[in-house]
Structures are given as structure tokens and as C-alpha cells.
Design a protein around this ligand. Structure first.
Ligand code: FES
Length: 253
């Protein structure tokens, strides 16, 4: 048998192939388009339309806005509202509001309490707020200076003669009129702040023209009751808060 020509072999191979007809009768462009169409027609597991087509929950969704237009009454959200009774929902709301309110109140209380504790005086400062003095340690006719709240305090155990001298002064002649009885709780004990009322120097005891205190800064003279008698100071020496808890002790502050 004579060998087949090339054209004859091609024709014979085409007759055996299942795609021979399309391959031979359709152009390459048309063949590609038909394949893409076939792929597109195949449902994808990730396709939204496929899920809807299968009748899933998305297909059952019914929008409350469907069929509405501007100017219509508000849509019905009844499907999305709680199916529980109104009292149950209110109870839950009250519980949440109450719980949040209690937590907030506890936090606010804690914050304010911490703030006040930090702002209040420390134990050592409170200890210095009051000073107790044993009066038995101060002999008659002597001065003692103690420190109270950072300031000097003069304590004078006055004699009978000094008390009489203090009461003999004409009050009207004083720059800062004040009776001696208004400056002491017990006549024999004179307690004053040791701060000059002029510019704050500490006067010297048992000095000056009036037998009391003398401020060397600018020459102010105080008498045996601590009243200003001469010099630039405008006021008498200040009397601090003090008390006698018993006969033998003095508490300043
Ligand atoms: S400070 Fe005492 S006289 Fe000026």
C-alpha cells in the first residue's frame, strides 16, 4: 500500500477526535467564547446568587424597607424587636443602670477619698499642730520660747509685780488698745507669738523701754503684756490659741 499523504493523515486523525467537528468547523475566537460561557454557567460554591438559589437564610430575609419610598410612614421593625414583655426589658434596663450607677459611685467615692487622704496633713504635721508644755519647768519671772507650727511662741511666767504693771497702763493711750485681762487666761501666764507685727522679726525678751520685748530690726518696744508701746510696729504681739488642760500643763494649738 502506498504511504498516506500528510493531508490524508490529518483528516484521518480529525475523524477519530471527539472535538474534531468543532475544531474544524469553529474559529479559535468563537471556541474560547463558548468555553467561557460554559464556565460561567457552572454554579460556584462561593456565588451569592448560588446561595440564594439554594434557598438559604439570605433568601428568606425580608427587608423592612422593601417597597417604601420617601414620604411613607416609618417601616415596621416589629420583626427585630424583642419578643419579651416590656416589663422584662425594663427590669433589665433598670438593673444595668443601677449596676453602672453603683460602680460609678464607688469609683467616685474611692477617688475623692484618696484625694482627701493625700491632701490632709500627715501624722508628723498633726503632731506639731498642738504642743504641750509642762509649766513646772518655767520658773516665775522667766521666759521660754518654743516652736509651734514653725513660729516662735513666747511663754512668760509673770510675777505679781509684772501683772500689776500690765494692769496699771491706761488702755486709751495705747496704739492698739487692749486690756491685759483680754490677753491672758491666767494672769501669771502670758502666751504670745514671738513675731514682731512690723515686719516679722523675733523680738528679744526682757528688753526695751517697757520691760517687755524689744525688736532690734526697727526698734519696736513691747510692754510686759506684749502690747506695742513704741516704734513702727502697728499691733500688739499676737495671742495664739491655747488652753490649760490642768494646773500643770499648757497646750498650744
Ligand atoms: S520687724 Fe520689728 S520693728 Fe521692724
Amino acid at each position: 500500500m502506498a504511504p498516506l499523504s500528510t493531508a490524508t493523515r490529518v483528516l484521518a486523525r480529525s475523524a477519530r477526535s471527539p472535538l474534531s467537528a468543532s475544531v474544524n468547523s469553529v474559529s479559535p475566537v468563537a471556541n474560547t467564547s463558548s468555553r467561557l460561557a460554559a464556565v460561567a454557567a457552572t454554579p460556584s460554591p462561593f456565588s451569592t446568587s448560588a446561595a440564594r438559589a439554594e434557598g438559604g437564610s439570605a433568601a428568606a430575609f425580608k427587608s423592612p424597607f422593601r417597597g417604601t419610598s420617601k414620604g411613607d410612614s416609618p417601616p415596621n421593625f416589629g420583626d427585630y424587636m424583642s419578643k419579651k414583655s416590656g416589663s422584662t426589658n425594663a427590669l433589665y434596663g433598670y438593673f444595668m443602670v443601677g449596676a453602672m450607677g453603683a460602680l460609678s459611685a464607688a469609683g467616685a467615692k474611692s477617688t475623692i477619698q484618696e484625694f482627701l487622704v493625700n491632701m490632709s496633713a500627715s501624722a508628723d504635721v498633726l503632731a506639731m499642730a498642738k504642743v504641750e508644755v509642762d509649766l513646772n519647768t518655767i520658773p516665775e519671772g522667766k521666759n521660754v520660747i518654743i516652736k509651734w507650727r514653725g513660729k516662735p511662741v513666747f511663754i512668760r511666767h509673770r510675777t505679781e509685780g509684772e501683772i500689776a504693771e500690765a494692769n496699771a497702763v491706761n488702755i486709751q493711750s495705747l496704739r492698739d488698745p487692749q486690756a491685759d485681762a483680754d490677753r491672758v487666761k491666767k494672769p501669771e501666764w502670758l502666751v504670745m507669738l514671738g513675731v514682731c507685727t512690723h515686719l516679722g522679726c523675733v523680738p528679744i525678751g526682757e528688753a526695751g523701754d517697757y520691760g517687755g520685748w524689744f525688736c532690734p530690726c526697727h526698734g519696736s518696744h513691747y510692754d510686759i503684756s506684749g502690747r506695742i508701746r513704741k516704734g513702727p510696729a502697728p499691733l500688739n504681739l499676737e495671742i495664739p490659741t491655747y488652753d490649760f488642760p490642768d494646773e500643770e500643763n499648757l497646750v498650744i494649738g
